[in-house]
Design a binder for this molecule. Structure first.
Ligand code: IMP
Length: 206
């Protein structure tokens, strides 16, 4: 059975992604199972670059098909910042709370109707002769003070379209059924199903 390496060490993210890829005829291992693989710097300037960079490096190191993602928050009034810098918006090694405070500070003078935002996730699959990207978006708005305790990151500030609660007030079942990761990995699951069903030559042993 084909093995695919999931480029994450975050247990919550691994669980969420595996549930979105359930039913595929393959075996997933994550970087938590492969401690010898070094941390990969996410220094690309787009989500696409970062996701591809990770998947390419892991495939290069292991010669095993690899699946990676990158995600973050884009705020219209801030020219789509924090974007790829979502994890380190307020600086290196900062807390989610520091990033949320910085975001609220930058939006302090922006009225509610101009606080549109979206989460974006790009998933990248790299295998011999194959590079495939999928994207997922979740649109909503940024509120003026944090609400709720579930989730992580910008969840307490983000109200998805069609809901009154923030991502941090919604259950993880609801969040995971409408999130950017849900859309990116559901699309990737469709691609992987076809990929896995396509007969392939075994790698030549020269
Ligand atoms: P990564 O894809 O895990 O590298 O995510 C980068 C950063 O984007 C995280 O550290 C969060 O700040 C933000 N982010 C990505 N997805 C979410 C989400 O579902 N909720 C809240 N913040 C998120």
């Amino acid at each position: 059975m084909q093995t695919i390496i999931l480029a994450s060490r975050n247990p919550g993210k691994i669980r969420e992604i595996l549930s979105l890829l359930a039913g595929l005829e393959c075996r997933f291992v994550s970087l938590s199972d492969l401690p010898e693989i070094p941390e990969i710097a996410e220094d690309g300037s787009t989500f696409e670059e970062n996701a591809l960079l990770k998947a390419r490096q892991i495939f290069g190191l292991t010669q095993t098909p690899a699946l990676a993602d990158d995600s973050g928050l884009e705020v219209g009034a801030l020219d789509n910042r924090p974007g790829v810098r979502s994890a380190r918006y307020a600086g290196e090694n900062v807390s989610y709370d520091d990033n949320n405070k910085k975001l609220l500070g930058e939006l302090a003078r922006i009225p509610p109707r101009h606080r549109r935002a979206r989460f974006r996730c790009v998933a990248a699959f790299v295998a011999p002769g194959v590079e495939h990207l999928t994207e997922g978006l979740c649109r909503g708005r940024i509120i003026e003070s944090p609400r709720g305790y579930n989730g992580f990151g910008y969840d307490p500030l983000f109200v998805p379209d069609g809901y009154l609660q923030t991502f941090a007030e919604l259950s993880s079942e609801i969040k995971n059924s409408i999130s950017h990761r849900h859309h990116a990995f559901t699309a990737m699951a469709g691609y992987l199903k076809e990929y896995l069903e396509t007969p392939r030559q075994p790698p030549s042993s020269q």
